[in-house]
Design a protein around this ligand. Sequence first.
Ligand SMILES: *[C@@H]1O[C@H](CO)[C@@H](O)[C@H](O)[C@H]1NC(C)=O
Ligand SMILES: *[C@@H]1O[C@H](CO)[C@@H](O)[C@H](O)[C@H]1NC(C)=O
Ligand SMILES: *[C@@H]1O[C@H](CO)[C@@H](O)[C@H](O)[C@H]1NC(C)=O
Ligand SMILES: *[C@@H]1O[C@H](CO)[C@@H](O)[C@H](O)[C@H]1NC(C)=O
Ligand SMILES: *[C@@H]1O[C@H](CO)[C@@H](O)[C@H](O)[C@H]1NC(C)=O
Ligand SMILES: *[C@@H]1O[C@H](CO)[C@@H](O)[C@H](O)[C@H]1NC(C)=O
Ligand SMILES: *[C@@H]1O[C@H](CO)[C@@H](O)[C@H](O)[C@H]1NC(C)=O
Ligand SMILES: CC(=O)N[C@H]1CO[C@H](CO)[C@@H](O)[C@@H]1O
Length: 286
Amino acid sequence: MGYDKKCVMTKILCFYLSLLGVQCSSTFICENYSDCQALLKFKSAIASDPDGHLQAWNEANPFCNWTGVTCHEHVANRVIALELANMRLQGSLSPFLSNLSLLTNLSLPGNAFHGEIPASFGELSELVHLNLTENKLQGIIPASLQGCQRLKFMYLDVNHLTGIPEEIGLMKNLTHFSITYNIFTSSIPSFLSNLTELTRLELSFNYFRGKIPPELGALKKLEILYFHVNYLEGSIPSALSNCTALREISLIDNRLSGEIPFEWGSKLQNLQKVYLSINKFSGKIW
Ligand SMILES: *[C@@H]1O[C@H](CO)[C@@H](O)[C@H](O)[C@H]1NC(C)=O
Ligand SMILES: *[C@@H]1O[C@H](CO)[C@@H](O)[C@H](O)[C@H]1NC(C)=O
Ligand SMILES: *[C@@H]1O[C@H](CO)[C@@H](O)[C@H](O)[C@H]1NC(C)=O
Ligand SMILES: *[C@@H]1O[C@H](CO)[C@@H](O)[C@H](O)[C@H]1NC(C)=O
Ligand SMILES: *[C@@H]1O[C@H](CO)[C@@H](O)[C@H](O)[C@H]1NC(C)=O
Ligand SMILES: *[C@@H]1O[C@H](CO)[C@@H](O)[C@H](O)[C@H]1NC(C)=O
Ligand SMILES: *[C@@H]1O[C@H](CO)[C@@H](O)[C@H](O)[C@H]1NC(C)=O
Ligand SMILES: CC(=O)N[C@H]1CO[C@H](CO)[C@@H](O)[C@@H]1O
């Protein structure tokens, strides 16, 4: 059905309703707005919404008023945030979400989205916050995400993700990178040292193996380093003493050995918490 026909029919319907004394605001026409269409595509990829959270997502309501949708204050009918947390939504993530080109916030934690993170998400050039924690996402983090050059917060914890492509090293604005409770099995990629804005790096509860790359010494703004419950081995690289902003370090439950770098005491002036248990360290604590 074309726009005009739909519009005329709506008007006719409204006319008859008004004769009956019923107030009728004209129905919203989704087809006229690409952001609205993208949201409907997203909805159509959701197979199950057991609590009916998306019931109001229909053309009887303006889409800027749909549950979890926030539109731009000044640019009419453009979505800037999509936030649907802990709603038991089950389905795949529609690649059409990438058409929400002004999106800054995409937060869908605590659902059951499965399949891969669509490569098209890399087109979200305004994205600042991405939270897909606690879903069932699998595959690798798409290399295309490097297109999200404004991204600062990437939370992909508690999923079934398996790989980090090198291109992630090009996301220079990232300040928080958190991928705990996944099934990453590689060594900790040294290209993470390229992310010089990082303040939080959380890789805990994975299967990361090999040595801690000394290149991470380049992370001058890093405050939180959580690598606990992995299969890391070798000694702690002394280069880590160059991360002078560090406040918290947790390396619990790995296979690390050797001595604790003695210069931590003098160089890491901001250090407040250090957790090292369940490893094979030797020597004394300074
Ligand atoms: C939708 O678009 C059509 C064609 O561009 C236009 O005639 C119509 O007025 C629009 N409808 C609304 C509700 O904006
Ligand atoms: C938006 O939704 C609220 C409640 O969910 C409702 O009170 C309000 O009338 C709606 N606004 C529009 C323009 O439909
Ligand atoms: C975007 O996400 C952040 C962090 O999750 C939140 O604090 C902020 O309020 C969100 N912004 C909007 C516009 O919803
Ligand atoms: C991301 O979602 C998780 C789970 O709901 C929440 O605990 C966490 O605070 C969120 N992160 C941000 C930055 O909003
Ligand atoms: C980081 O974000 C700012 C805007 O917040 C942007 O101007 C800049 O180009 C981004 N950095 C990179 C490397 O793209
Ligand atoms: C690291 O950053 C440099 C300079 O921005 C860039 O040329 C290089 O390709 C990056 N390497 C990786 C693996 O991201
Ligand atoms: C650590 O800092 C020292 C002194 O600035 C420098 O010589 C060394 O190369 C740095 N190491 C790393 C891995 O950044
Ligand atoms: C106009 C526009 O950008 N359309 C895109 C919407 O998203 C789909 C899926 O990624 C693309 O195929 C379209 O080109």
